[in-house]
Design a protein around this ligand. Structure first.
Ligand code: GLU
Length: 306
């Protein structure tokens, strides 16, 4: 049946940076890819600041990120969303999971977990030590969600079918940390679900974050977005660009050039003559020519200066 405007699924995408520092080229890839996917399908694009990890945050970054995006020509729908304003909702969700005996208190330290000696794509795999109760003398540190026998499968828009055994890959994972902060998987899954995000487009470095997030949405009966993981930009040493690898901040005075480079990185083959044109001309070209097909199965590629 042909879709009429009334039956067409709305598209709602988002970009959700953590304010751990200024945006860099890797952030620009995720922002540009998610923006072009949303806008070329007539969709909305929301901006969410994932500010739930104060120990890792850089003062001022939460304000600087929207400013930088604006100067790069991004236009988001509605207000900027801040995860720091959502802790009451996260608390309520955690209580629900505990009430349904799907979450439990864990007394293990990182050292205890490392001693079990198993790691997966997201780091250490929790061996289930406290699943049936804390050992005598132990107190609850973090809260974890049960993952027994959970197999997750999803059809990634760019990477194809992804399957995993959640218990083997990650184990019962943390939803509230030992320092009392809510964990990224919990906050992201709840916020994407609650705000009706239909498509999460982000870097391939977050591919293995999708199974735990889908699982939480399933437990909480929240809507599940489609996911698409874009290639990540790596430096000359093959490391993902990040604050830890000293990725240089985006330079707003070079916005048009850096946007051109992002389009080139995303395999859009922008014409050489477009490089250095005013920003709105580069955006106009990008919106008219966006084609995600070449991104299929691409996991990483060198950043322009690598
Ligand atoms: N805020 C996280 C980051 O910047 C994840 C964002 C996401 O889920 O897209 O790495």
């Amino acid at each position: 049946m042909a879709s009429t405007p009334e039956t067409q699924e709305i598209y709602r995408g988002r970009f959700a940076p953590s304010p751990t520092g200024p945006l860099h080229f890797g952030s620009l890839i995720a922002a540009t890819g998610s923006y072009l996917e949303a806008r070329t399908r007539g969709g909305e694009w929301l901006l969410r600041i994932d500010d739930i990890d104060p120990p890792r945050e850089q003062p001022g970054a939460s304000e600087e990120i929207p400013r930088t995006l604006e100067l790069f020509g991004f236009q988001w729908d509605g207000p900027v969303h801040y995860q720091s304003s959502r802790t009451e909702r996260y608390r309520e969700v955690v209580q629900t999971l505990i009430g349904r005996e799907l979450a439990y208190g864990c007394g293990c330290t990182r050292k205890d977990i490392a001693a079990a000696g198993k790691s997966g794509p997201n780091g250490l795999v929790y061996p289930g030590t406290c699943r049936n109760g804390l050992a005598p003398g132990r107190r609850t540190r973090a809260l974890r969600v049960r993952t027994e026998h959970q197999h997750i499968r999803f059809d990634d828009l760019f990477q194809g079918i992804v399957r995993c055994d959640l218990e083997g890959m990650l184990g019962d994972f943390v939803i509230r940390r030992a320092d009392g902060y809510y964990a990224y998987h919990l906050a992201a899954a709840v916020d994407d679900g609650d705000s009706g995000i239909t498509h999460v487009i982000r870097g391939h470095d977050l591919l293995w974050c999708t199974p735990p997030q889908l699982y939480l949405q399933q437990l909480l009966r929240l809507p599940q977005p489609r996911y698409g993981h874009l290639p990540v930009a790596v430096n000359a040493q093959g490391q993902k660009l990040s604050k830890q690898t000293f990725a240089p901040a985006l330079d707003v005075s070079l916005a048009s050039t850096q946007l051109w480079q992002a389009l080139d990185f995303l395999l859009q083959s922008p014409p050489e003559a477009l490089a250095g044109e005013p920003l709105d001309i580069v955006w106009e070209w990008a919106l008219a020519h966006w084609d995600p097909a070449p991104l299929r199965h691409r996991q990483q590629a060198p950043a322009p200066d690598a």
